[in-house]
Ligand binder design. Structure first.
Ligand SMILES: *Cc1c(COP(=O)(O)O)cnc(C)c1O
Length: 348
């Protein structure tokens, strides 16, 4: 077959257009690093003595030290910075009540832009107030996340607001990818990165950044067993919805969307493995980070440590986990009452 004909055949199958939108170029991540530098902490990569041994050094990237206490500020600041003056004047909107909602509120405030965060009436008051405290307008609509999203869609079409979604957006992925650039700069010898995985913006950005410079580095995604939408989607070969279940790693809940543009195909191409954890394993990771490393981490942030301290998991994935392992301590937004319970009572 001639190249031209092959191209047409592939284009008809949708292959080329998929290929075209599959990856965020690393140059976009490098540009994001420059753009967000004045607004985001270049977080430290510190040795985790309690997880290291003669055979392995483990270091932790402390994204929990960011303003808003989670890495999501990187993507949100980058995405807001790329908007035109006119878009900034109209404002931004999203339906996230968690770390992305906070990050977008924070980023919008930095640039004098109005942020509207839509949520359902079931969202607890403390989350609502945390977002209002960052200067955003909270709009309550319906009794589910889907209904809150309907309001987002309406504000986009009727009032021209720009929607900044939590993960499946080129500027969000590029912003999160700056974590990967910093890890490689600080520790060129790193051979494995353990990344909490939900929608996949964090993993896609980091993996694309580090693998562009060091092809054989391994990137493992880690999710809770409860509600692991990305893992189910990878297994099915297409976006798959799963029942949303409560988990200690609440920042890792939620689906990947039914029309995913970037993070599904990027995770498919770039994750060397996706590992699922039980609730007791996640709790053990949080306890370890607190008692051994003196760190407060939310469930999502403790999954890397949870994998390493579990002898069965550590053995099962030992061929993938090398000598120089970086963990992403992704955030510390957890209700302190709940945290105290996890670290004191134990969890079973
Ligand atoms: C959002 C989030 C993640 C997962 O990021 P994705 O891009 O959705 O995969 C992990 N940890 C914390 C603390 C988060 O807020």
């Amino acid at each position: 077959m001639k190249v031209g004909a092959m191209y047409t055949a592939l284009a008809i199958q949708g292959y080329l257009c998929n290929r075209e939108r599959i990856m965020i170029p690393v140059s976009t991540i490098v540009k994001a690093q420059d753009d967000i530098r004045p607004y985001v902490l270049r977080s430290p990569l510190v040795i985790a003595q309690s997880l290291s041994s003669a055979e392995r050094q483990v270091r932790m990237k402390l994204e929990s030290l960011q303003p808003i206490a989670a890495f999501k500020i990187r993507g949100a600041v980058n995405a807001v910075m790329q908007l035109s003056t006119e878009q900034l004047q109209r404002g931004v909107v999203c339906a996230s009540t968690g770390n992305h909602g906070r990050a977008l509120a924070y980023a919008a405030q930095l640039f004098g832009c109005h942020a509207t965060i839509c949520m359902s009436s079931l969202v607890p008051d403390n989350k609502l107030m945390a977002i209002e405290a960052l200067g955003a307008e909270v709009r309550i609509h319906g009794k589910s996340q889907d209904e809150a999203q309907q309001l987002v869609d309406r504000l986009v079409s009727d009032e021209g607001l720009s929607e900044i979604p939590p993960f499946d957006h080129a500027d969000i992925i590029a912003g999160q990818g700056t974590i990967g650039l910093e890890i490689i700069e600080d520790w060129p010898e790193v051979d494995t990165i353990l990344v909490p995985l939900s929608g996949g913006g964090l993993l896609s950005g980091i993996a694309q950044a580090v693998k562009s410079f060091k092809k054989d580095i391994r990137v493992l995604g880690i999710s809770p067993q409860r509600g692991a939408a990305m893992a189910a989607s990878l297994q099915a070969g297409k976006e798959t919805e799963v029942e949303e279940l409560a988990t200690l790693a609440d920042s890792l809940g939620g689906g990947i969307g039914t029309n995913n543009q970037f993070t599904f195909s990027m995770t498919q191409a770039l994750a060397d493995k996706v590992v699922l954890l039980t609730e007791p394993q996640i709790a053990a990771g949080m306890r370890h980070l607190f008692w051994q490393e003196r760190l407060v981490s939310e469930g999502a942030a403790a999954v890397g440590a949870a994998l390493l301290i579990d002898p069965d998991l550590e053995l099962r994935y030992s061929s993938l986990i090398g000598r120089n392992v970086a963990l992403i301590i992704s955030g510390q937004n957890i209700d302190m009452q709940q945290f105290m319970q996890v670290i004191s009572d134990g969890y079973d």
